[in-house]
Write a protein that binds this ligand. Sequence first.
Ligand SMILES: [Zn+2]
Length: 133
Amino acid sequence: MWPKGCHFVVSPQMANVMDLKPEAVLRLRGRVQYWAERLSLRPRAVRVQRMIKKWGSCSTSGTVTFAADLAVHEDQFQDVVIVHELLHLRVRHHGKLFRALMGVHVPHWRTTSRGKARRGNAEIASTTGGAVN
Ligand SMILES: [Zn+2]
């Protein structure tokens, strides 16, 4: 089940970003639902919008945002980004605990993130200890 009271918001400008199919967005939504349940984490809202420098972000108010073009990536990479952002609801920083939790839930996270760094200091890249780029 989709987390109760959690809004799923797809930015209207998203269609301009790329030729995103509704099925792709639904697939991404399904992965978010799966992980929210599995991690017992409940974002206040989940947004999909245009993001250039990051694949995702997590606000202190509990809103998790994903880059629209994440929707066209394979499940494995989506999972890394989704788990990363959802875990921020529990652990704000990329410390030892955060990396340990990533290792438990998405053991492939380091190799999967390789080569997928966003321009500049990509959020996901910053936790991989320079394994990207
Ligand atoms: Zn992060």
